[in-house]
Structures are given as structure tokens and as C-alpha cells.
Design a binder for this molecule. Sequence first.
Ligand SMILES: [Zn+2]
Length: 188
Amino acid sequence: MMEILMPGDELATSEEYIPGEGTYERQGIIYAAVMGQKDFDENEKIARVKASSQISILNPGNIILGEVIGVSNSVARVTISGLEESERPVGNNLAGVIHVSKIKEDYSNDARHEYRIGDLVRARVEQMEPSIQLATNAEELGVLKARCMKCRGILSNKDGSLFCPVCERTETRKLAGDFHRYSPYYRG
Ligand SMILES: [Zn+2]
């Protein structure tokens, strides 16, 4: 596992290296200016930090947690907040898409029936390059917490479906098998 540097971490002295991209120098010491990975050029003697947002530190098969930021007929767009196992940060502004064909094991003809903006989801990384593709076509994957389309409130778990106590509406989602552990229970 590669080491992730945090801003302010000491990298080298300015006698050994020239401070490069992603670093700063103070009183002869070179520090990381961004979160990322050490990237030293030994020929030119330049110390750099490659920002996490530019590094692929996720791999296919990883299970991530993320938030739905957009949904169309064919895809749900998800910002990745971290790996479920380790809560290790995965860099800034990482986002992937779940194609409608990868949402659930059964056929879905519209991603908007399965995901909505603001939903917290658990998904599997399918591929990283050239774009991040996610999938939730397994029992344990899908929505952990959902927001009401109308009032944006957290939907309650009512006998395995999603209910908004404010709007008194029921909504549909591709739910993770254990979503009841995360969603508040509705006691009407
Ligand atoms: Zn509502």
C-alpha cells in the first residue's frame, strides 16, 4: 500500500531536493502542500507530491460509499466519499457512474426508479480507466439512506420500503440488503 502524505508532512531538505509541484519550502525543509503521493525525481532532484485527485487509489472490486449527485434515465452519477472497509480517503472530486444495466440483478429500464439525488449508496468499483464505473447489481449493494424527492428529508424504513412521514409518500430504490440498519424506522 502506497503511503498517502498529508499537507504539512516533511518530505526532504532543500539541500537535497528542489521543491516542486505540490510542495512548499520553509526554512530549508520541503513539505507536502497537498494530500497525495510522494513523487521524487532523482535525476533532476525535484521533490513533488502528486495530488490524490490525480491518483487512482481505488481498484476494481473495491466497495465504496458515495452520494448520488445526479440521475438520468441511463446513469446515476455518484461522488465517492471513501472505501467502506477502511474509511481511507480516496482523494478529492472522485466521481463515478452506475449504468442502468449495472444497478440491480433484475432488469431496470430507468435509473431514476432506483436512485435519486442525495442518496447514500454502497457500490462496487467495476473499472477505473478511462472513467470510473460503479455497479450495485448484488444483494448487499445499493441505497443505505435515501432522501425524499419532494422535501429532501431522510426517508424512513417502513416494512422494507421507503416512506416520507412528512409528505406521506412512498418511494422506490435499489436498496442494499441491510439498508434497515442505516435508515430510521417509521413508527406511525
Ligand atoms: Zn418528503
